[in-house]
Design a protein around this ligand. Structure first.
Ligand SMILES: [Zn+2]
Length: 73
């Protein structure tokens, strides 16, 4: 029934992770389907390939963030 809800009304996505300022990961509250922001800003389903890309993005983002912090302090 929960999956039927998603098919009828769309997924109830909640943010699970901030990968970068623009890219986030989501999870559906009903069926646990995972999604992410694509490079053109659309929400797409999360697969293994995308997860890998996000992990790389996150790493780069963390490095940039820490560099920014050390510069300003
Ligand atoms: Zn769903």
């Amino acid at each position: 029934m929960k999956h039927l809800n998603c098919a009828l009304y769309g997924h109830k996505l909640v943010i699970t992770k901030h990968v970068t300022n623009h890219v986030k990961e989501y999870k559906c509250k009903n069926c646990s389907q995972q999604a992410t922001t694509s490079s053109n800003g659309k929400i797409i389903l999360l697969n293994d390939k995308r997860k890998e890309i996000n992990q790389t993005l996150e790493r780069i983002h963390q490095i940039r963030k820490s560099k920014k912090v050390s510069l300003s302090s």
